[in-house]
Write a new protein. Structure first.
Length: 105
């Protein structure tokens, strides 16, 4: 199998795609487990993800890290630092991220 292009997707997007596929055919074992996990564990819907990503657009971190922030929804600076790992941010940017995320708890 050849990969055509690489594209970052959010968990909410994956959840919606799997729901649409399920309407058309039976999901594979992995697809079914993924959908079940996302329905049980993932808090945001695709619209909320878009809102958060829009609010984070001015913060200089890679898109991959922004998606990890969506997945984990850190509640404090320590948790956010774990997500950021090697990416350093100004304290103001970290506070801005945490303030944005508070609206989606």
């Amino acid at each position: 199998m050849e990969v055509g292009e690489k594209k970052l997707v959010t968990p909410g997007y994956v959840k919606n795609i799997l729901k649409e596929i399920k309407k058309k055919r039976e999901l594979s074992y992995v697809e079914e487990k993924t959908l079940k996990f996302l329905e049980q564990m993932y808090k945001l819907d695709e619209n909320e993800e878009k809102e958060i990503l829009e609010q984070l657009k001015d913060i200089k971190i890679p898109d991959e890290v922004k998606i990890q922030i969506l997945e984990i929804l850190p509640k404090n600076e320590e948790q956010l630092r774990h997500v950021l790992y090697t990416n350093t941010l100004a304290k103001e940017d970290m506070e801005k991220i945490l303030e944005i995320l508070k609206k989606y708890e």
